[in-house]
Design a protein around this ligand. Structure first.
Ligand SMILES: [Zn+2]
Length: 215
């Protein structure tokens, strides 16, 4: 178990532990490949499954899953509390209790860093959904870094549960990608999300210390 967590801290290639995802539906366009769609579904199932199994170990209430509104392109995403979706963003919408992401943001990181990117984005936004379920005193002021920490805890927990596997690769790739994309996308804006090093370090804190290290 410890090995899996340490490997995860160097976040790399993610593969579903089961091979039951061969019947990938074709994506709506060239931008969403079948394998990326597969990774999105696997990430959602892994993270949601982690909280279904473990939420009550940490918090004194039952778990409810947020809604996944999934991928959009450009500005076609679901509006949130009267605000329109932004291109190249991924977000959790508290009033609607849903997650959404621009497939262009997914594919930008997917091409640079591989599928770990998709897992990071979905797990991070899920982290915001978890924050919305907690009393305010448990939500860090640095709520973006706390969401990265929860992302690490969710994914390492899913690894420990045998739902996904992580394999070694280039540990620098994820933080490099965050840095590269920081100038281009709202999702990686360093002013509100922290810089690439802070984000990687927050992720690793959760991956190594679990949920309790984040709250
Ligand atoms: Zn965030």
């Amino acid at each position: 178990m410890a090995i899996a967590v340490v490997v995860l801290a160097v976040l790399l290639t993610v593969t579903p532990a089961s091979t039951g995802t061969a019947s990938a539906r074709p994506g709506p366009g060239p931008l969403l490949t079948a394998s990326m769609a597969d990774d999105e579904r696997t990430a959602v199932a892994a993270v949601d499954g982690f909280w279904k199994r473990h939420f009550t170990e940490f918090f004194d209430k039952p778990y409810t899953s947020p809604t996944v509104r999934g991928g959009y392109t450009g500005s076609s995403g679901p509006s949130c509390g009267g605000s329109r979706a932004q291109p190249l963003n991924a977000y959790y919408c508290p009033p609607g209790d849903f997650l959404a992401w621009d497939e262009n943001l997914m594919s930008a990181g997917y091409q640079k860093v591989g599928n770990a990117w998709v897992y990071l984005i979905i797990a991070h936004e899920w982290g915001h959904a978890i924050q919305a379920r907690l009393s305010k005193r448990l939500v860090s002021q640095a709520d973006e870094l706390q969401a990265d920490c929860l992302a690490g805890a969710e994914l390492s927990g899913a690894v420990r549960d045998g739902v996904i596997r992580m394999e070694p690769g280039d540990s620098q790739a994820l933080s490099d990608t965050l840095r590269v994309l920081a100038d281009d996308t709202p999702w990686t804006n360093g002013r509100d999300h922290g810089d690439a090093q802070q984000r990687t370090s927050a992720f690793n804190k959760g991956a190594q210390g679990g949920v309790r290290a984040c709250i």
